[in-house]
Ligand binder design. Sequence first.
Ligand SMILES: [Zn+2]
Length: 161
Amino acid sequence: MEKIASFQIDHLHLEPGVYVSRVDSWNGVDVTTFDLRLTAPNQEPPMDSAAMHALEHLGATFLRNDPSWKDRVVYFGPMGCRTGFYLLLFGSFESKDVIGLVTSLFEFAESFEGDIPGARPEECGNWHDSDLMQARWWARRYLAGTLRGIDERHLSYPHAF
Ligand SMILES: [Zn+2]
């Protein structure tokens, strides 16, 4: 089988950033997949699943309530390697188009207090696997280290090998 596009990114030189993974089109509808990379693959520790799970619930809740973007949200969820998240939006976009949205999402997560939305046993398949303090730590790190003052090098993938 053919190697899919996301396996052709050079994961040895990938730094935290906001990247366009792909733009798919079908029947005149575009969908952009963003790679929200929080930690450098194979160089820094990945996130714990409990931190990612909390960020997934907070991120999905935030995105689906954002007045200007909610109708464009297709999906937000974790990468299996636990180094980042995928965000899928209807439309064809560049990374710089969503920096404001992504920054607001992680500011929401960084300052969140109280019960994580949708994290009760009747609402989620593994409700106790959720760590708000770690989620807030990763959100703070992504904001301070990557999102605020992001430069061109962290908005598009390093050249493929
Ligand atoms: Zn869940």
